[in-house]
Design a binder for this molecule. Structure first.
Ligand SMILES: [Cu+2]
Length: 129
């Protein structure tokens, strides 16, 4: 029994070769990250012009609206929130219970990431078509 345990210490060449496996796996996974930093996943956006800003989520989180229309934003939470469409001039600040309307005519059709400047966990998507 004792000689068998000793034998394990004699096999470094085998472990060296096994490093190639994980390296190949990493190369295959890397392309999946290519879209990172873009709009949040939004497979089935709600067709609406009304968005509620709650504590702490957008409802609905994924909105599809037509260019030239306006969004009605309502803070239904107890905290102030912003509806900030990244990369555009739309940055609406709302107090608890507040409502504001913002025109979409100032931004080009496209898919945008929406954030709240006060709460990093709030994240949504706006599709303007
Ligand atoms: Cu917020």
């Amino acid at each position: 029994m004792l000689p068998a345990v000793r034998a394990e210490g004699v096999s470094p060449p085998v472990t060296k070769r096994s490093i190639v496996g994980p390296a190949v796996a990493l190369l295959l996974v890397a392309p999946a990250c290519h879209g990172g930093g873009g709009a949040a996943p939004c497979p089935n956006p709600a067709s609406t012009n009304a968005v509620d800003l709650a504590d702490f989520v957008l409802d609905p989180p994924c909105v599809a609206a037509h260019a030239g229309t306006a969004l009605t934003l309502t803070d239904t939470g107890k905290a102030p929130h912003t509806y900030t469409v990244t990369g555009t001039s739309i940055n609406v600040k709302l107090d608890a219970g507040g409502t504001q309307t913002v025109s979409l005519s100032a931004i080009a059709p496209g898919t945008y990431v929406v954030i709240c400047e006060y709460h990093m966990q709030i994240r949504g998507t706006l599709e303007v078509s």
